[in-house]
Write a protein that binds this ligand. Structure first.
Ligand code: AMP
Ligand code: MG
Length: 421
């Protein structure tokens, strides 16, 4: 096929992707099931916190004015007229010369404007009566948490697009978000193609390899918040591939194939796109690995033809598919973070295409150091195990020397670091 395969720059490819990416639909989910989901509504403080004036200490609620003039030499006695544990409310209106025993978190009684800590008073029993003696003046407001002191009503605590984790869970519960509006998790279909592929439980035979791409991709898909659906291995047979893919498109809006994206004799991805009538966003990117990555849209549906080479497949997903899925799940940050790092070795092999080298970055003190994690060929996947970053070598770079500052993209992976003291 005389297909035009002009390589476009990586940033141009990402730009085309972003232009077409769409937010997903919204659903309501019971709070306890929303951990890790993305909020589709702002988290608003529906009432002030605290919503009543409450004691911040175990002690006695008093009128500050009653304590004025108290000293070690001249104690003042107050009569204890009630007791309020947390969760209860005193019916009493505190009068001059009185105190109410109060526990942390309990509502301040009417008339009281200060709390004195339990350990600062002398408790005295006179027959049926209880009294306290205080030996210091207590300022108005002491140990009281006032209405709205923590959060005012109407404050936006997190905007939609926030991934829900511990802090958001706590605040959603605090404000009574029993059901939370979150973005639906798109389902992403995965086919791996190649007549050479064996499934994981099969014994190796000459000329065949085990499929590893689907396992890798399913993990990458889950990390975006989307739900993968594995459709299995397809042989290099155009008609079988076409039938399987059209059927899968009736079930999912996002479909990935790996393999067959190149120009080999059995590389059918381009023909599939033609026959599907999909609109191709690009079919060659000036990058290594993954130059044959192809992306097309079919109405609101997406087709990703990733390279069969595991590392190319991995990089193609992270650069192009991840932002589309992150957008669909409503995340506020759709791109992986980037930073500079000091490289620990020279990089040879200058290339006109931008290189994304699997690498490991480490934080030491206030500096980040990065080094390649092994053989940098697109077919080599073992270097993915240690990689937590992609080291970016822009196309046309003449040379990179040890200690140069280079750009890295942080993968969603653990980072080792030493704490700087
Ligand atoms: P292709 O993109 O079909 O030309 O495949 C490129 C290379 O990736 C070939 O060496 C394939 O055997 C290998 N490959 C293709 N699919 C997979 C897969 N699912 N898992 C592991 N390797 C694969
Ligand atoms: Mg193949």
């Amino acid at each position: 096929m005389s297909l035009n395969r002009t390589a476009i720059q990586v940033f141009e490819a990402i730009e085309r992707i972003i232009q077409n990416a769409k937010l997903g639909e919204i659903e309501e989910v019971e709070l306890s099931l929303t951990d890790g989901r993305v909020m589709a509504e702002d988290l608003v403080a529906k009432h002030p916190i605290p919503h009543f004036n409450r004691s911040a200490f175990d002690g006695y609620a008093i009128r500050s004015i009653d304590s004025q003039g108290a000293s070690f030499d001249q104690c003042i006695s107050l009569k204890v007229v009630d007791y309020v544990p947390a969760g209860q409310v005193s019916e009493r209106m505190l009068q001059s010369g009185e105190a109410i025993r109060i526990m942390t978190g309990a509502q301040m009684p009417e008339g009281a404007d200060a709390v004195i800590g339990i350990e600062l008073v002398k408790e005295i029993t006179k027959g049926e009566e209880k009294w306290i003696e205080i030996n210091r003046a207590v300022p108005i407001g002491q140990h009281i948490a006032y209405i709205g002191e923590d959060t005012q009503e109407g404050t936006i605590l997190a905007h939609k697009g926030r991934v829900i984790s511990a802090g958001e869970m706590a605040m959603l519960a605090t404000y009574g978000y029993h059901n939370v509006k979150v973005y639906k998790q798109p389902r992403v279909g995965v086919f791996v193609t190649g007549t050479e592929l064996l499934s994981v439980e099969q014994e190796l035979e000459p000329g065949k390899i085990r499929n590893s791409n689907s396992y890798m991709l399913l993990s990458q898909i889950r990390k975006t918040g989307a739900i993968p659906k594995y459709y299995g291995i397809l042989p290099d047979d155009f008609d079988l591939c076409y039938q399987a893919i059209t059927k899968a498109f009736t079930e999912v809006d996002y479909l990935i194939t790996t393999g067959g994206a190149s120009v080999g004799d059995f590389d059918y991805v381009q023909d599939l796109i033609e026959k599907l009538g999909a609109e191709r966003l690009f079919n060659k990117v000036a990058m290594r690995p993954g130059s044959v990555t192809t992306v097309a849209t079919l109405g609101d549906k997406w087709f990703f033809g990733l390279s069969g080479n595991p590392s190319a497949c991995f990089v193609g997903f992270e650069l192009f598919m991840r932002p589309v899925l992150k957008k669909a799940v409503g995340a506020e940050h759709i791109h992986l973070p980037r930073s500079k790092a000091k490289i620990l070795h020279d990089v040879e092999k200058p290339n006109l295409f931008t290189r994304f080298i699997r690498a490991k970055a480490e934080v030491k003190g206030h500096e980040v150091f990065v080094s390649s994690t092994g053989v940098d060929k697109s077919g080599v996947a073992s270097s993915l195990i240690e990689a937590n970053t992609l080291l970016v070598i822009p196309g046309g770079t003449k040379e990179i020397k040890k200690d140069d500052l280079v750009e890295i993209i942080w993968l969603d992976r653990p980072v080792e670091g030493t704490i700087y003291v």
